[in-house]
Design a protein. Structure first.
Length: 383
């Protein structure tokens, strides 16, 4: 599984514009005979993109340049053997990005003047994803989950076990090791004995946890993703003391997480974050209903796009799996909407949502029937 952050959105996917930005989304199978469908489906998406680009007047050599990197994936057997629940690929003549993500995307091919990212929004929205940080004697595990999926995240940049974290420190009476089974990655594990920590041992543990917290904060920078701690109370309590991340869930998964499979950690973790997700969305919808008719809300796409660009959106509900094509001119502060997209047009729902996020607003990416006010978007203005 790959990781995509808010910084990736800002500095990569949304950093450059071109009239021929191809965005491809599809669901993928992780295992079984169904995995054979992955390459077939991707090949069909590439064929559709090639046909659309040629219809837009590009020369064959230009089309080949745009799709060259995605086409290489078709012959990458290792890549197709390691999939998550969805695949997102972005390609232009200058840029190429590929992400295996825990979202079962609907199959979609978009060509626009920038990369289309709205299908990614459940990863950044107020009720999209969460993490479980499993703390144990033998290893640190980080799991990324959505309502339906779970994937393990590689955190190689920090020591993954107490053995690694303490290998350069002298042992004390309160800290005793014996060799255990190899941990993930091949590092020999160690078992920590003793209930009373000296101040020195506690300080070292806090230092290790701060290293982990720093990397986790980088991964989640700019978002409000909840993190559930899993582990024995002593380690979880110490981690909370070390952490500066503002969205640690108050309750955690208690006990030794080494005894739990990823699916079990996911199930218990989602049980803790689901009420948080539900309350945030329900509170947002209630606030919209309360302010409707006061001038602080709108379901008008043109008005929402302009306000989003100028940082006026506090909250936005936006419909997934549907597009409103058109063009926004920031110099004239004007919005054109068209039924059929022309070269250079973009999905205005996508634009409003991204601008809302980039300007610090909250976005809920939902099914069309779940948007308050029965529109394709619903907005609460900051002022």
């Amino acid at each position: 599984m790959d990781t995509i952050t808010m910084d990736t959105l800002k500095n990569s996917l949304l950093a450059k514009r071109s009239y021929e930005c191809v965005s491809l989304f599809m669901p993928t199978h992780r295992a079984g005979r169904e995995t054979e469908q992955n390459t077939i489906r991707f090949k069909n998406l590439l064929r559709e993109a090639e046909g659309r680009l040629l219809l837009q007047g590009l020369r064959p050599q230009e089309v080949r340049a745009i799709l060259e990197s995605p086409r290489r994936l078709l012959n990458d057997l290792d890549f197709w053997q390691h999939q998550s629940d969805g695949l997102a690929v972005f390609s232009s003549e200058e840029e190429y990005y590929c992400y295996r993500l825990p979202l079962p995307f609907e199959e979609l091919m978009i060509i626009s003047n920038r990369f289309h990212v709205k299908p990614l929004l459940p990863l950044f929205a107020g009720d999209g994803r969460f993490y479980v940080l499993a703390l144990s004697q033998n290893q640190i595990r980080l799991l990324e989950g959505t309502k339906l999926t779970v994937d393990e995240v590689d955190i190689q940049s920090v020591p993954g076990s107490l053995a690694e974290a303490f290998e350069s420190w002298p042992l004390e009476k309160q800290l005793q090791f014996h060799t255990g089974t190899p941990s993930v990655g091949g590092t020999r594990a160690a078992v920590f004995h003793g209930h009373d920590m000296s101040k020195k041992v506690k300080a070292k543990l806090l230092n290790w946890f701060r290293m982990i917290d720093k990397e986790l904060s980088k991964l989640l920078a700019g978002g409000q993703t909840p993190v559930v701690l899993a582990g024995v109370e002593s380690l979880c309590s110490l981690y909370r003391e070390a952490s500066t991340y503002p969205h640690l869930v108050d309750k955690g998964v208690s006990g030794n997480p080494e005894e739990l499979k990823p699916e079990e950690l996911h199930s218990q973790g989602y049980g803790l974050v689901e009420p948080i997700f539900m309350k945030a969305r329900e509170d947002g919808a209630a606030q919209y209903r309360q302010l409707a008719g006061t001038g602080r809300t709108t379901t008008d796409v043109q008005e929402a796009v302009k306000a989003a660009y100028h940082g006026r959106l506090s909250l936005l509900f936006v419909a997934l799996a549907v597009q409103v094509w058109g063009r926004f001119d920031p110099d004239l502060n004007s919005v054109e909407i068209r039924e059929d997209p022309k070269p250079g047009d973009e999905d205005l729902l996508d634009l409003a949502a991204i601008q809302c996020l980039l300007n610090g607003g909250t976005v809920f990416a939902v099914e069309p029937g779940q948007v308050p006010g029965n529109g394709l978007l619903a907005v609460i203005f900051r002022y």
